[in-house]
Write a protein that binds this ligand. Structure first.
Ligand code: HEM
Length: 456
């Protein structure tokens, strides 16, 4: 095992290193092109430093596994881990898991966890494979298509099914269409800046960017509320909405329509955007690095349509490809920020109440001593050694660790195996693809244009 680089302990009361460029420039860089900003700051300031952005308190970026360990193992009551997430409240509302805190958060998590793990999750295996097959059968040979759009179609259909059960009626077609259109708002850095710079959130009519977003959100809310009200009259099933409808608080009260709507929006949003981009990246890397494709196809050789999805999920090289995909370009560069409610000494610095600790997934995933040649896509590193949850954490950690992580990995593996077994694909261009911001996530620029060259 490679040891992580030692750091010299500072005097506890010495000031933290700080990025020196003006706040407007840091804001611009962190919205438009944050990776070079982070890499430069890491070289100049090391394992812990302060950055600034308009509209937010200064954030303390942590990129040493020891600091990550401390954040993930300290009692969560030390932190407010919600106020940094307010930027997504226009999408999810305020009453979904991401914006809940304390007991309410704990209780909601406990309720939802089983659906995205174990037996319940495995029950979705066949549906995931069937949806991947349906979507890939729509591709025509030699006709270029954008992989990111195809994977979004797959992950959206999968999450709708998980949340609402088997449903393919007109309401769901409309919901799919509207969600897709609403999330297009954040396709570009300009669109995404509306989340970060709240002054831009003005309804300037149905043709303005924010005006369109608000109208689509209103239409989605109406569809979700209609579904919630309809389902209150029906027998409960095994899907997430049924679980949420059955839940009662300490006073025996069910969740309100508004709470249910916000939770559904949270899951619809968090549950497909990220996995769609992760899959598009995986298809890119598999076809960009020939050796990876060859090894993966060799491992998939014995898979048939009758293979149990759980067996597919255990394949070591396929798992390593997914891990490396989420290492090299993590879908979110940071976990949620943890704002101190009590003073804490981190990496030798005494930090006061209000300090906004922000574990940086991207920088830890690119530490040379952990990941030699960190910019090279090499799944083999995950077969050669195990990384601790503080060295590798694409899904965050502690009480906020992604509720959907097992589900997302299961889905990624099944979609990749299903499509690679049925279809032979090629990248339209061999040029390297860079990550670009899409809301709070980072997705391949241009969406990975690909072409079907034949049956596998
Ligand atoms: C590759 C796909 C995914 C990635 C990379 C990802 C990443 C993350 C990260 C980094 C966090 C923050 C954790 C922290 O701050 O410690 C998070 C939270 C969350 N994720 Fe995911 N996620 C993915 C897929 C999903 C899916 C499929 C779902 C739902 C089915 C989901 C639902 C959530 C929710 C609800 C939270 C908030 C958890 C809480 O506050 O307790 N995510 N995710």
């Amino acid at each position: 095992m490679t040891a992580t680089a030692p750091t010299l302990a500072p005097h506890p009361s010495s000031p933290l290193p700080e990025v020196q460029s003006p706040i407007w420039l840091q804001t611009l860089q962190s919205i438009v092109n944050p990776i070079p900003y982070l890499e430069k700051a890491h070289v100049e300031h090391g394992d812990i430093f302060v950055g600034r952005s308009w509209g937010f308190p200064p954030f303390i970026l942590l990129n040493h596994p020891k600091a990550i360990e401390q954040v993930f193992t300290t009692d969560p009551n030390y932190f407010d881990s919600v106020s940094g997430n307010q930027i997504i409240s226009p999408i999810t509302g305020d009453q979904g898991l991401i914006l809940l805190e304390g007991k309410a958060h704990q209780k909601r998590r406990k309720l939802m966890m089983p659906t995205f793990h174990g037996e319940r999750m495995r029950a979705y295996g066949e549906a995931i494979c069937a949806i991947a097959t349906q979507v890939s059968q729509e591709w025509s040979q030699n006709q270029p298509f954008v992989m990111r759009s195809a994977t979004q179609e797959i992950t959206l259909r999968v999450i709708l099914r998980t949340i609402f059960g088997i449903n393919n009626n007109e309401r769901f077609q409309q919901l799919r269409q509207l969600l897709d259109e609403m999330l297009h708002t954040f396709d570009t850095p300009l669109g995404s800046s509306h989340l970060f710079l709240t002054g831009l959130q003005k309804d300037l009519g149905p043709w303005s960017l924010w005006g369109k977003f608000l109208r689509r959100r209103q239409a989605i809310n109406a569809l979700l509320l209609a579904e919630i009200q309809g389902r209150r009259q029906q027998p409960l099933g095994q899907d997430i909405l049924s679980l949420l409808l059955a839940a009662r608080d300490e006073q025996g009260e069910p969740m309100s329509d508004a709470e249910l709507r916000d939770e559904l929006m949270t899951l619809l949003f968090a549950g497909h955007e990220t996995t769609a981009s992760a899959l598009a990246w995986a298809f890119y890397w598999i076809h960009q690095v020939p050796e990876v494709r060859t090894k993966l196809l060799a491992e998939l050789r014995d898979i048939t349509p009758d293979t149990d999805p759980s067996e597919i999920a255990k394949l070591p090289y396929l798992s390593a490809v997914c891990s490396e995909t989420l290492r090299i370009y993590p879908l979110v560069l940071f976990t949620f920020s943890r704002t101190l409610k009590q003073p804490l000494r981190v990496m030798g610095y005494d930090l006061p109440v209000g300090a906004m600790l922000t574990p940086c997934i991207y920088l830890v995933h690119h530490r040379e001593e952990l990941y030699p040649n960190p910019h090279t896509f090499w799944p083999g590193r995950f077969l050669e050694r195990q990384f601790s949850p503080y060295e590798y954490f694409p899904f965050g950690g502690s009480n906020r660790r992604c509720v959907g992580y097992a589900f997302a990995l299961f889905e990624m593996k099944l979609v990749l195996a299903t499509i690679l077994k049925q279809t032979s694909l090629q990248l339209v261009s061999p040029k390297p693809i860079q990550p670009v911001r899409r809301g709070i996530t980072f997705t391949p620029a241009g969406g990975v244009p690909m072409v079907v060259t034949g049956a596998a």
